[in-house]
Write a protein that binds this ligand. Sequence first.
Ligand code: ZN
Ligand code: FE
Length: 252
Amino acid sequence: MKIEIIKCLSDNYSYIIFEKETNTVSIVDPSEFSACDKVISKYKKLDYILNTHHHADHVDGNILLKKKHNSKIIGFGDDKKRIPGIDILLKENQKHKIGDLVFEVIFIPGHTKGHIAFYFEKEKVVFTGDTLFSLGCGRVFEGTNTDMLNSLNKLKILPPETKIYCGHEYTKTNLDFCLKYDPNNLKLKEKSIEINSKIKSKLPTIPTTIGDELKTNLFLRCNDNVIKHALNLKDAPDQEIFTKLRDLKDAF
Ligand code: ZN
Ligand code: FE
């Protein structure tokens, strides 16, 4: 599996997944036609389009790419009315093949009601859309904070070496937010050097890993006493910690 990152719009990422054995080319969340098609032209084909959720900045390339390359569009079945051009309807926990690659559908509502992640267990890669970001999580638009917390908890249990490919380059703002409430975290300081140098060189800060996020991402640490303490909510349940963090971040 080879993954190629495509910068789209102001801060979106689309991803090409190339599988050599069967020469299968797929794209995750094509934000726009032209930026994506330019990269696809190298491969001369596009077999599949995978959508994590229905938002325009994740599906706007669907129809034109499908028309040009005769691709099949894959998304969550329950959101079929909102995913333009959908052909293959997925269910929660289902396994599906693109070429020789198998992914599992992880249902992670909260940002939207039909949000899913594509988890490639063998390759240790997960595409998390707008649910889990590097050092952050997505805004809660259609679901509840509880939905979002439960969804993040599903991602937390993936093997620590799993690489995370998310929908946006929000890492710098997320880093500043994490540093504000967790200033003594050595791993976070270490990451901040790496992140700042990548941003300075105009390189993507993606992928991150589940292991790194467990140590640094505040939204994955709602059960951590250090974070509870920093928020002055020592005895609060995880749920309340998450809501507090999400509110603080929305106003950050
Ligand atoms: Zn979104
Ligand atoms: Fe988005």
